[in-house]
Write a protein of this length. Structure first.
Length: 537
């Protein structure tokens, strides 16, 4: 067998593996990360009627692990026969992986064009379903152990989604979630540090249509336009701008390497919860989001948003921003965001603020134990240095943000802290994270945050957007530190699809939260904690 024939057979095997979703790796680093033996050797060869056949041992893959992309030669055509048996076909099969037999097509006549590979048509009907049990514990969000405000809430849920495509130009989608909060422990009344009383919310059943839309994809339309109408989930890559389901009209254009989204939306314009009355949002949004993908492994974005919250007396905010993120190599990923906000605030003052974040994840050499990676980031939201003039220079996020992302692991975590979880407004956030893969199905993230105010504003007594209810003392810019631990286990007990996620955050308050206990005496605030455990299937 010539080297050229061996090369063709190896390329054919990789192409079929990719088309079937079987594990194949693109590079040595990815192989080392997945714990895969990259050696793929022919164990037997014989001659078939229309061509040669050869048997390959497929590399091992951890349960639930996604197969990385592999380049396929454009001119490759092939036929294949797959044996799904998990029994090895030869004594020297690599590891314990499955094996498959591939039949090479007969040789082409001189000048004959290779037959095209059959491309499966889009499925006309798809569905999915799942269940989850989320348990949330929070303790001492007022940073005072002397006042009881702890709670333990269980949230079981089942969900399902259906996609129906009656034609190539029409797609419909429906996603529904049924859930019922169950109280393990909760105070009926909580006296907040500002003197107000917080009452426990009712917790009825909810049957919510999370998404329900119709999408039109007219054929032969310039710029590949598509129109979506209904309740649509708006999410950006890091949920830094929005993470919300909105009742919207969305026009998407894809000219060349660009994608442009234009939308008008309203929050909860329709009450789509069959069991619970959802108040109408009455906040109007107008979004323009453009993305350029002309540079391989990089994305560049610009956007302009308008959030009209005058119905709630909160003014109108205009957001203009640019962002870039990508993975230029297998061992490094980066992101960069910069945004300006202007308009008016809830006190009818001119609003002029800015915010940004820079960060990256670096994967250490794969020969180190536990496949470690390190994440560093810095986020900044401007503050208002003079609260008595007619201009508010504090940046604020859209109000739709989730501030969630993955570091080096597989779990999406709160990027600004599991407990403090602030909005990026009048604050600096320094973050360092270490991600480990402790086994084929277990991932661990250790994250440290340090927080500092930009300005001491006597008219602002809390960290904007944070669940922490403690009052700022106005004595210091030192907000504090937080340590987060995130553990993820996939395929629990060997059951495919059964997973556990544990996210815990311990907040250590700084001098900005020192309490006045009277007589000119101040005491340090107590620690706050939050724990979220999620079992999903």
């Amino acid at each position: 067998m010539t080297k050229a024939e061996v090369s063709v057979m190896c390329s054919t095997a990789f192409a079929v593996v990719l088309s079937m979703g079987l594990p194949a790796l693109a590079d040595e680093h990815a192989a080392a990360k997945a714990g895969v033996d990259r050696s793929i050797e022919a164990h037997a060869a014989d001659t078939a009627e229309n061509g040669q056949t050869t048997q390959f041992a497929l590399p091992k893959k951890a349960p639930g692990e996604k197969a990385p992309a592999v380049a396929i030669p454009k001119d490759l055509s092939l036929e294949y026969i797959v044996d799904w048996s998990s029994e090895p076909h030869a004594a020297d099969t690599v590891g314990n992986g499955q094996t498959a037999q591939f039949a090479l097509p007969k040789k082409k006549a001189p000048g004959e064009k290779a037959p095209a590979m059959a491309t499966p048509k889009a499925l006309s009907f798809e569905y999915s379903y799942g269940s989850a049990l989320e348990t949330t514990y929070v303790g001492d969000l007022d940073l005072d152990t002397g006042l009881s405000d702890n709670s333990l809430i269980f949230l079981p849920s089942v969900s399902g989604a259906v996609t129906y495509r009656p034609t190539d130009w029409l797609e419909t989608f429906l996603e529904v979630t049924l859930e019922k909060p169950i109280v393990g422990h909760e105070e009926k009344f909580v006296l907040l540090p500002d003197g107000s009383i917080q009452r426990a919310d009712p917790k009825p059943y909810s049957l919510l249509f999370d998404q329900a839309f119709v999408r039109l994809k007219p054929p032969n339309v310039p710029a590949q336009a598509q129109l979506t109408v209904g309740r649509v989930a708006f999410e950006d890559d890091r949920l830094w701008l929005y993470s919300a389901a909105l009742d919207a009209v969305l026009l998407t254009l894809k000219p060349g390497d660009f994608q442009i989204d234009l939308s008008a939306s309203e929050e909860d314009m329709l009450d789509l919860d069959l069991f619970t009355t959802v108040p109408r949002g009455r906040i109007h949004n107008y979004f323009m989001y453009a993305e350029y993908r002309g540079v391989e492994d990089h994305k560049f974005n610009t956007y302009y948003f308008v959030r009209d919250r005058t119905a709630f007396g909160e003014g109108i905010q205009h957001y203009t921003g640019v962002r870039a993120h990508g993975r230029p190599s297998d061992i490094f990923r980066y992101w960069a965001d910069f945004a300006l906000v202007h308009g008016s605030d809830e006190e009818s003052r001119n609003l002029q603020g800015y915010g940004f974040e820079l960060g990256g994840t670096y994967w250490l050499p794969p020969d180190l134990p536990f496949d470690p990676s390190v994440t560093l980031s810095f986020a900044y939201g401007s503050g208002d240095g003079d609260p008595n003039d007619n201009t508010n220079e504090a940046y604020r996020q859209t109000g739709l943000q989730g501030n969630e992302m993955k570091f080096g692991g597989v779990t999406t975590l709160l990027s600004y802290g599991e407990t403090l979880d602030p909005e990026l407004s009048n604050i600096q956030i320094y973050t360092a994270g270490l991600s480990l893969r402790t086994s084929a199905t277990t991932y661990l993230d250790l994250v440290y945050h340090h927080y500092r105010l930009n300005e001491i504003d006597p008219n602002t007594s809390e960290i904007r957007g944070s669940p922490i209810t403690a009052q700022l003392s106005g004595l210091s810019k030192d907000v504090g530190d937080e340590l987060d631990i995130v553990l993820t286990i996939n395929s629990l007990f060997g059951v495919q699809g059964l997973g556990v996620e544990l996210r815990a955050g311990l907040f250590f308050p700084g001098d900005a939260f020192r309490r006045d206990v009277g007589g000119g005496v101040f005491s340090d605030a107590d620690k706050g904690i939050s724990v979220l455990a999620l079992i999903s299937y």
